[in-house]
Design a protein. Structure first.
Length: 196
């Protein structure tokens, strides 16, 4: 393969384990891409002997519908890897946007606070449907809570667990979705399965 895109759960230890194995089995010069939505490309690349060929390709959910593709460059990512992934985005009919390596990149740095505030509204008594309708009526393609439901509540939950050590003490965090996830997947509280 010339390019491999990994898409395991948002956990740095798991990502690094996968990239160590990819580095071992893939041919020299193969691009190793991660579909991470928040994790450091530089840290993922540190588990390989080819950081210049490690890059982020964050497909927005649901990937078969959403056109935006964040191409995340690490500090060592080569121009060749960037150009290849930008060309790939065009071939896939996506809009490739080159972004730097930071927590949440661009999309989730904007989306996170938006969803956090929507969750606060529900925790304070607003109805889920009312919150989503207000944002839909404002012009969004769908409400923030429906989006989380579609993507899977466990995706954000895993990210929040990964970065919990960076939370500033005394800053309010939403609890409802994390509490649902902690009840377990067998209770079918992680979101809905939607066929698009």
């Amino acid at each position: 393969m010339d390019l491999v895109i990994e898409a395991v759960f948002e956990g740095m230890a798991l990502k690094k384990e996968v990239f160590r194995e990819l580095d071992r089995v893939c041919k020299p010069g193969a691009i190793l891409a991660s579909n991470t939505s928040t994790l450091s490309i530089d840290e993922i690349a540190s588990s390989t002997a080819r950081p210049e060929f490690v890059i982020g390709t964050h497909f927005f959910s649901p990937a078969n519908v959403m056109r935006l593709l964040e191409i995340v460059r690490g500090k060592a990512t080569s121009r060749e890897a960037i150009a290849t992934c930008m060309q790939l985005s065009k071939r896939l009919g996506k809009i490739g946007v080159l972004v730097g390596n930071c927590m949440g990149f661009v999309g989730n740095r904007m989306f996170g606070p938006y969803r956090r505030e929507a969750q606060f509204l529900v925790e304070e008594g607003a109805g889920i449907e009312a919150v989503d309708k207000a944002l839909y009526d404002y012009g969004m393609a769908m409400g923030p809570l429906a989006t989380g439901d579609l993507a899977g509540l466990d995706v954000g939950w895993r990210i929040r667990k990964e970065y919990r050590h960076l939370q500033k003490p005394g800053i309010r965090q939403p609890l409802a979705e994390d509490n649902l996830c902690e009840l377990g997947a067998m209770d079918k509280r992680l979101g809905r399965l939607v066929q698009v």
